[in-house]
Design a protein around this ligand. Structure first.
Ligand code: KET
Length: 528
């Protein structure tokens, strides 16, 4: 019933909410929100006493109403002489209110006349209250902090991303050429198969093992395209979790910060083997071998194929042989992370020699590859997971399971980066250009490494031996600075780096070497 008094009365719509149903469980539960319309009428002219009449009410379905206090603000002031406006509002609401609502809903309905109704259901607590603030990522979080710094002196040596001498991001010329070719061809954007682009998978396995490697001719390698190195590692971790329950992954101490996250999320147990010796700022080879030997038989041993991150310290070829010996003795399974092929030495073949040596011994192994660094395809998320099996039959089965893991995870991989890699590797001119550009990038890093060392040894009068900087290879230098000293680098010198003391030399220009050396010497000697 609607009041139609024309004088001294005013129609107002007032919303109220009520939790209906749902037990006292923490998650709240489905319920409904009721809205009622009241008309008010002053009983006596000039009096404050009002009569309220509930005219109508209906419900809004809610997905889940948490166990919370809900406050409602809803009001409408309609012209008192126009009942049709109120009717119209109700009619419209009837149509619109069968909507699903989450913890906060706002809607407005225009009346036929000039009235406008706004209703807001405001909640003062959240279903997500038990979610705490995540810490910033130790590597990618550094770039965010760098962006926020307004100092002109600032230097981002956090993330391992190649920059030009002008400290600008670099898109390889050969990548631009491949992309132009792809545009000319007008290739489509259809889904790739779950395993990725066939031409890419062939190219990536050949780059890794060498095109004439018997393991490829024997079809013993199961390769699927992955979401760069990280995604490929994650798929491999899922394979381990599913088919090697309880098997441990041994990871170097220290290692790339994301390795532990990947295995934790995949619920794969891991432990560390000794790798870095702070006394020598070199490899703790004996510790490494002893820890691999002591691990339960059949463990996975995660190895950085080249340019160990963060230390920049790789085993020598002789040490690699001994590592392979002990892994074979213990029936462990080597699991290589190859994120810097071509970037360590400037040669694709040389940087794959560790993997190829293990393969030549007839060992089964896993290799995750990334094209973020060597082709500068960071954001394209292009890489692969390869599983070298002892038979072609096993490789077929393993590949089928890799696809089975990928399908519900991300369905199928992106095509753009895969086409770039396939085009660059598949065209001899492009391939040569890529190698030249890679040598140029690796060369620039080597030259700033040398210049940094020159400045450190010339400026530091304490007699400290900085020659470890020259012995390290790849994108990074592990300075040996502790967390407080690293904080000083950032807070005082605006040099952004990871708190483990790693600096990315790929983000350093020769013009900034002297400044960086000053910052390192100050932090090393004046901060403990
Ligand atoms: N493995 C290693 C050893 C590695 O350093 C990285 C990246 C990756 C895998 C993965 O890269 P992707 O882009 O997923 O293919 N490292 C740099 C960037 C990052 O942390 O994500 C870094 O250490 O700065």
């Amino acid at each position: 019933m609607l009041s139609t008094e024309k004088s001294h009365s005013k129609r107002e719509a007032i919303g109220f909410v009520k939790k209906v149903g749902s037990g006292g469980d923490q998650s709240g539960g489905a319920g409904s929100v009721g809205i009622g319309f009241l008309s008010t009428k002053s009983l006596n002219q000039g009096s404050d006493t009002k009569e309220y009449t509930l005219h109508h009410h209906f419900a809004l379905d809610c997905v889940a109403i948490p166990k919370i206090t809900i406050s409602v603000m809803a009001s409408i002031s309609l012209p008192s002489i126009c009942p049709s406006a109120a009717l119209s509002f109700q009619d419209k609401c009837k149509e619109k209110t069968k909507s699903r609502s989450s913890s906060k809903s706002v809607f407005s309905v225009k009346t036929k006349s000039h009235g406008q109704i706004t209703m807001a259901v405001a909640v003062n607590t959240s279903r997500f209250d038990n979610i705490t603030m995540a810490p910033p990522d130790p590597i990618l979080g550094v770039s965010e902090a760098f962006k926020a710094d307004t100092s002109e002196m600032k230097l981002n040596l956090g993330v391992g991303a190649y920059r030009t001498e002008e400290l600008q991001p670099y898109v390889l010329k050969v990548v631009k050429k491949a992309e132009n070719l792809m545009l000319e061809r007008g290739e489509n954007k259809e889904y790739l198969p779950i395993e990725g682009l066939a031409a890419f998978n062939k190219a990536t396995a050949e780059l890794l093992f060498g095109a004439d490697n018997p393991v490829l001719h024997q079809q013993r390698v199961a390769t699927i395209q992955g979401l760069s190195g990280t995604g490929s590692l994650r798929v491999a971790a899922a394979l381990i979790e599913r088919y090697f329950p309880g098997a441990k992954v041994l990871i170097s101490s220290p290692t790339w910060g994301n390795h532990k996250n990947i295995f934790n999320d995949a619920r794969v147990p891991w432990s560390e083997y000794r790798y870095y010796d702070p006394k020598t700022v070199g490899l703790d080879f004996d510790g490494m071998v002893a820890d691999i030997k002591a691990a339960p038989e059949g463990s996975f041993v995660l190895l950085h194929g080249c340019a160990h991150n963060p230390t920049g310290i790789d085993p020598t070829p002789e040490q690699w042989e001994k590592i392979a010996d002990v892994i074979q003795e213990k029936n462990h399974i080597p699991f290589f992370d190859v994120a810097y092929q071509g970037f360590a030495s400037g040669s694709l073949d040389e940087d794959a020699s560790s993997v190829r040596m293990f393969a030549a011994r007839g060992m089964e192994l896993l290799v995750a590859q990334s094209y973020s660094k060597n082709l500068g395809l960071y954001a394209e998320r292009i890489g692969a997971i390869n599983v070298l099996c002892s038979s072609a039959d096993a490789a077929v089965r393993v590949k089928s399971q890799l696809k089975r893991i990928a399908r519900p995870m991300y369905s199928n991989p992106p095509v753009h980066g895969a086409r770039i890699v396939a085009n660059v590797v598949g065209n001899p001119d492009f391939f040569n250009e890529w190698k030249e550009e890679m040598e140029m990038m690796a060369g620039r890093i080597k030259s700033v490494r040398q210049k940094l060392y020159n400045n450190l040894s010339a400026k530091d009068k304490s007699g400290k031996d900085w020659s470890f900087v020259l012995k390290q290879i790849g994108m990074f230098s592990f300075t040996g600075l502790n967390k407080t000293q690293s904080d000083n680098m950032t807070d005082k010198w605006h040099v952004y780096m990871t708190k483990d003391g790693r600096i990315s030399l790929a983000g350093l220009s020769s013009a900034k070497c002297e400044y960086l050396a000053d910052a390192i010497i100050d932090s090393y000697h004046n901060v403990s």
